[in-house]
Unconditional design. Structure first.
Length: 343
């Protein structure tokens, strides 16, 4: 680990701090509190030994793609029945004239790691706003997509970087929907999201025990304002930090042309950390802050309390907004972040 650290961070970087100023006119941008929302026009269903028939709601906005992924090495033997009674049977590849088609799909050629099996895609070229029926002979997953549909599920999670013990809030948004039930699952925890108005749904998850990237799966079922049933499956993710260190006692004061930032870091894991400071000015009439100066320095922290100091040259007058961060370098992640204002 030490040799790798020396390769990634030259000795000069450990020996001194680096500071600088931002170009005139550049605006301060705080870090995002969540990853960009993901948008889904698909949903997932499961065929089990006990459940061989599925109802697949469609919006009537365009095509319907049904991807069958068997749990074993054989075809699922999928049979699709339309609301008007037309049937696409196993082995029937359909046609454009019928508006029903079947394709074989090789996930390995597409670079997707899935169980080896005879995977197929069934296509309805123009759907009715009604439920389609899928019957299958063997268990597996069924992924249903409506690429042209106006019904989209947006999902996201905050914070993007979560410290141990910190709650996580999950969000979903649906537009043009009369009623819906939205749930989310993170690890072994399931929650139902509550409506907040304007199509927004929200819930808080507490007491998660995990480190690393955590996937959250969302399920939404309901009806549109026109009474059409729909279903959507979405996803989001966040990083559960290891709690390598805690940043506290942060102070900043102007001293002889520099902004001196001091803090304490309680390290649970010894290692190399980067102490970052970004200095911005007061808000303007548009609510933006001019970016003024920055500084960073690598610190070796030992278990227990460590004192941190960083001087950033600043010749600006007036109120300052200071964004202080401690980033883990050996145990990669955000160890802590504090913002404060200095007069």
């Amino acid at each position: 680990m030490k040799a790798l650290a020396l390769l990634l961070f030259p000795a000069a970087l450990f020996a001194s701090d680096v500071t600088g100023t931002f170009p005139a006119g550049e605006q301060y941008q705080p870090p995002a509190d969540h990853a960009p929302a993901t948008t889904s026009r698909m949903y997932v269903r499961t065929v089990t030994r006990d459940v061989r028939a599925l109802e697949l709601p469609a919006s009537g906005d365009g095509s319907l793609l049904v991807w069958t992924i068997p749990a074993s090495g054989t075809s699922m033997g999928a049979r699709l029945t339309t609301p008007t009674g037309a049937v696409l049977r196993p082995g029937d590849f359909g046609s454009v004239e019928r508006g029903l088609r079947r394709f074989r799909f090789d996930s390995a050629e597409a670079g997707i790691e899935l169980p080896r099996g005879v995977q197929e895609v069934l296509q309805v070229m123009q759907t009715e706003p009604a439920a389609y029926r899928l019957d299958a002979d063997v268990p597996g997953l069924v992924v249903v997509a409506e690429p042209e549909s106006a019904i989209a599920l947006e999902t996201w999670v905050t914070p993007l970087s979560r410290q141990p013990g910190e709650p996580v809030t999950v969000f979903a948004r649906l537009r043009g929907i009369a009623k819906a039930q939205v749930t989310a699952r993170a690890l072994d925890t399931n929650v139902e999201l509550s409506p907040r108005g304007d199509g927004l749904y929200e819930a808080t998850i507490r007491d998660l025990t995990a480190t690393g990237t955590v996937q959250v799966r969302f399920e939404a079922d309901g009806e549109t304002v026109d009474g059409v049933r729909f279903a959507r499956t979405g996803s989001a993710e966040f990083v559960a930090e290891r709690g390598a260190a805690r940043l506290h006692g942060v102070r900043a004061e102007k001293v002889d042309g520099v902004l001196r930032v001091t803090a304490s870091a309680d390290a649970a894991l010894a290692g190399n950390y980067r102490f970052d400071v970004i200095v911005a000015g007061a808000r303007d009439a548009n609510g933006s802050r001019p970016a003024i100066a920055w500084g960073e320095g690598v610190r070796r922290l030992e278990p227990g309390t460590n004192a941190l100091t960083l001087d950033v040259p600043v010749d600006a007058v007036g109120d300052l907004h200071v964004d202080v961060r401690l980033l883990g370098l050996d145990a990669i992640g955000l160890a802590g972040r504090v913002v404060l204002d200095v007069q």
